[in-house]
Structure formats: structure tokens, C-alpha cells
Design a protein around this ligand. Structure first.
Ligand code: CA
Length: 232
């Protein structure tokens, strides 16, 4: 199998060097550039398997690059790991909200970098949520959206339609963090007059109903929620 190709867009030479060294040592093919405009054109011409994108770049910043990549049907499927200067909640939420697939906060260890890349590469691009009828099985948990049924082992659990959609959506993308606002628009709808915190109420109720399985829905502090990735 060909080595996965990773494009690193980072303007700080020292950080770029460390990333490049560690990624190559891990067996990835690494290409790089120093600013957003170049990065964007390399994404379009090189078709990398993964992009590591620094948020703060001279000229076009990482947010704009991400926005353009994710709004173009040709490049939308290319996973992006956003690199934030510090674990600024607002930066992380913004990045994930415009479609970044994951994030790492500076300073990060090489081990952390490699781990994030592996997870995102294994996961592939975010699939659009398919319609009714999709059945998701995660460990003891089975969620059948079409039949509006959720079970733990063989035990049926009673969920509201919102809880059902929320659980199905999270379980369809294990390991991926979703900001509250994103979950709201996915499971409740853009038009709903609710605050971001409203999702917390649904999560709390859902966890209560999941009982011993409640730990599968993880809180990512200051950001949102994710379904535990058992394979990680
Ligand atoms: Ca930078």
C-alpha cells in the first residue's frame, strides 16, 4: 500500500521541522508549505490523504483555508487536523464548526501528533449522515434509526426522537468531537430557538437512559461531545 501523504501547512520553521521529522519516521510521505494560499493550492493539486493545518498563518489564515477546502465538493473529503496555538476553546470550536476533522493544541508531543493523524486517517472523511434505516452497532449498543429502536444487548431502551438522533449521530462518528452548536443543528434543526447548552440537557437525559453504557458519550471540556472510540 502506498504511504499516506500528509500536507503540513505551518509557517514556523522549527515546528514544521519537528512535525516533518516525526511524520516521516512514522512512514508517512510529507509535503509542506508555509502559508495559506500555497496550502490551498497544494491541497487542490496534490490531493493529500490528510492536512495538518496551523490556525495562525500569514495572509490567509487556517480558518479560511479550512472553510474553502470544506466548501468545495472536490476537496471536502480530505481530512483536516487543525493546529491551535493554545487550547483556546473558541479557536477549537470555530475550527471544528467549519468542518475540521480534529485538532491538536500547541505545544503537543510528537506522540500526540502521530496518534491524532492515525485516528483521522483510519476514520477517513466525515460521512454525511445517511437517512433513516441506518443501523449502528457499537459494543453492546445497537441504534436503528429507521425502526426508532435502541438496545443495550437485547434490552430495548426508550428514547425521545431527539435523543435517538443524537445518539445515532455521535455513534456514527466514534472518536470525533462535535461542538454543541453542530450537534444542535444536526439533531434538533437550525431553526430551533435553543441555546448551545440545550444540548447538555439532552445528553444528560440520554446518559441516564444508557445506564452502565453512559460512559460511551464523552464530554470534551469547553467544546462539546464525542462517542468513545473503542479502537483507540
Ligand atoms: Ca503559525
Amino acid at each position: 500500500m502506498a504511504k499516506p501523504k500528509i500536507l503540513v501547512i505551518e509557517d514556523e520553521p522549527d515546528i514544521l521541522e519537528v512535525m516533518q521529522y516525526n511524520l516521516e519516521r512514522e512512514g508517512y510521505k510529507v509535503v509542506s508549505c508555509r502559508n495559506g494560499e500555497q496550502g490551498l493550492s497544494r491541497i487542490r493539486t496534490d490531493n493529500p490523504d490528510l492536512v495538518i493545518l496551523d490556525l495562525m498563518l500569514p495572509g490567509m489564515d487556517g480558518v479560511e483555508v479550512c472553510r474553502q477546502v470544506k466548501s468545495d465538493p472536490v476537496t471536502r473529503g480530505i481530512p483536516i487536523v487543525m493546529v491551535t496555538a493554545k487550547a483556546e476553546e473558541s479557536d477549537i470550536v470555530l475550527g471544528l464548526g467549519i468542518g475540521a476533522d480534529d485538532y491538536i493544541a500547541k505545544p503537543f508531543s510528537p506522540r500526540e501528533l502521530i496518534a491524532r493523524c492515525k485516528v483521522v486517517l483510519r476514520r477517513g472523511p466525515l460521512r454525511e449522515q445517511s437517512g433513516a434505516g441506518e443501523r449502528v452497532v457499537r459494543g453492546a449498543l445497537t441504534i436503528d434509526l429507521g425502526r426508532h429502536e435502541a438496545r443495550i444487548d437485547d434490552q430495548l431502551i426508550t428514547l425521545t426522537p431527539t435523543e435517538m438522533r443524537l445518539l445515532h449521530f455521535l455513534a456514527s462518528h466514534p472518536g470525533r468531537v462535535f461542538p454543541r452548536a453542530h450537534l444542535l443543528s444536526r439533531v434538533i434543526g437550525e431553526d430551533a430557538i435553543v441555546t448551545d447548552r440545550n444540548i447538555d440537557v439532552h445528553v444528560r437525559a440520554l446518559r441516564h437512559k444508557l445506564g452502565e453504557q453512559a460512559a460511551c458519550i464523552e464530554t470534551v471540556r469547553g467544546v462539546g461531545y464525542r462517542f468513545a472510540d473503542a479502537g483507540r
